[in-house]
Design a binder for this molecule. Structure first.
Ligand SMILES: Cc1ncc(COP(=O)(O)O)c(C=O)c1O
Length: 370
């Protein structure tokens, strides 16, 4: 039985009526740009992320770009981040004219190593961007303690609804940082029917600045305080996402249940390291990413058995050709490099059936002769 890495049609089938009704309402209203549909969804995301303010934008990449601009990051500045992430995290640093400074990851969680990040801070550092990778929050409070004067942009593109216990209180993804950013790319736990993004913050001044930056730097039409962007969350996407939002918690819980099944079913396979979740974290498992001995051969074997997998990420960002000018070499971030050679993400989406899960487990076990 084939098992795809992700089956968005299976999810759509369960919510079709609600989503289509929400889209039709936007079509009937003919209000496609911002307006109530977007602001109601912004309020809902502020609620989910325990944030005072939420600003919709065109995608998760723009959310990072706008966040950097709102913190006045620009030419000759440095921004410390992880090399083991999707390209946008560092591409946006480059695109505001600043220099990405890559530091290594913690091998168990794949998230940025706080001590390494703090050690890389210089008098040019304007921000640190930790990424909540694969659905698990980065240790924001440790970064804050080690670099108290540096603003934190939490790239929570993969982690809406994840939470972390900080000083015995649950904090939601996006909540504890200076600015948090989300992506609604269709493969995310809360995915649109197209692109979408959101920025959250507790800071009123940053909120006003972000609102201005997303509409060409203007508050009043045709008067521009600064040069901004045209980066809005489309009303049709906001309608879809708002219709999906009530399901997010149950979908993420189902992903956790799937993860628990894999964890137990693969526990005795010594060649596989199942994902480690920091005891202070509750992951939303946007990905279920193992480390595997002979990873490429395992992936080929799974593919031959009709099982979809992916490698997130095959080449860490400090070794990407476009960042050669930064002067990193192989060995600069050894843990990120080792991870790139070992990781494999298995199907984890909430609509997987028990037969799908069994199929994946027996194919992995068979590869290692179990
Ligand atoms: C960690 C991370 N940052 C940023 C992004 C960019 O989001 P988008 O694709 O919505 O621009 C993504 C997702 O694709 C991501 O996974």
């Amino acid at each position: 039985m084939p098992v795809p890495l992700l089956d968005l049609r299976a999810q759509h089938a369960t919510i079709k009526n609600d989503v289509i009704a929400a889209m039709l309402q936007v079509v009937e209203d003919q209000k496609f740009i911002l307006g109530d549909t977007v602001s109601q969804f912004e309020c809902a995301v502020a609620g989910v992320s325990h944030s005072r303010y939420a600003i919709g934008c065109a995608n998760g990449t723009d959310a990072l770009l706008l966040a950097l601009r709102a913190l006045d990051v620009g030419r000759d500045d440095e921004v410390v981040t992880t090399p083991f992430t999707f390209f946008a995290t560092a591409g946006t640093i480059h695109n505001v004219g600043a220099r990405p400074v890559f530091v290594d990851i913690e091998p168990r969680t794949f998230n940025i190593a706080p001590e390494a990040a703090a050690a890389a801070v210089t008098d040019r550092t304007r921000a640190i961007i930790p990424v909540d990778l694969f659905g698990q929050m980065a240790p924001i409070e440790r970064l804050r303690a080690l670099a108290p004067d540096v603003p934190l942009i939490e790239d929570a593109a993969q982690s809406i609804g994840a939470r972390r216990r900080i000083d015995s209180e649950w904090k939601m993804a996006g909540e504890p940082a200076t600015i948090g950013t989300f992506s609604f790319f269709p493969s995310k736990n809360l995915g649109g029917y197209g692109d979408g993004g959101m920025i959250v913050t507790q800071d009123e001044a940053l909120f006003h600045r972000l609102m201005r930056l997303r509409t060409h730097g203007s508050v009043r039409s045709y008067f521009h305080e600064e040069v901004g962007y045209n980066s809005r969350l489309d009303a049709l996407q906001a309608a879809v996402l708002h219709a999906k939002l009530p399901h997010l918690a149950e979908w993420s819980a189902q992903r956790r249940a799937n993860a628990a099944f894999y964890d137990a079913a693969l526990a005795d396979v010594a060649e596989v390291v199942t994902p480690y979740v920091d005891p202070e974290n509750e992951s939303i498992y946007n990905q279920y990413t193992i480390r595997a001995d002979r990873r490429d051969a395992l992936q080929a074997h799974l593919q031959a058995n009709g099982i979809g997998t992916a490698i997130y990420y095959p080449l860490p960002l400090h070794l990407q050709p476009c960042f050669a000018y930064l002067g990193y070499r192989e060995g600069s971030c050894p843990e990120a490099e080792r991870a790139a050679g070992e990781v494999l993400s298995l199907p984890i989406f909430p609509e997987l059936t028990q037969s799908h899960l069994d199929e994946v487990v027996s194919a992995v076990r068979a590869f290692y002769g179990r």
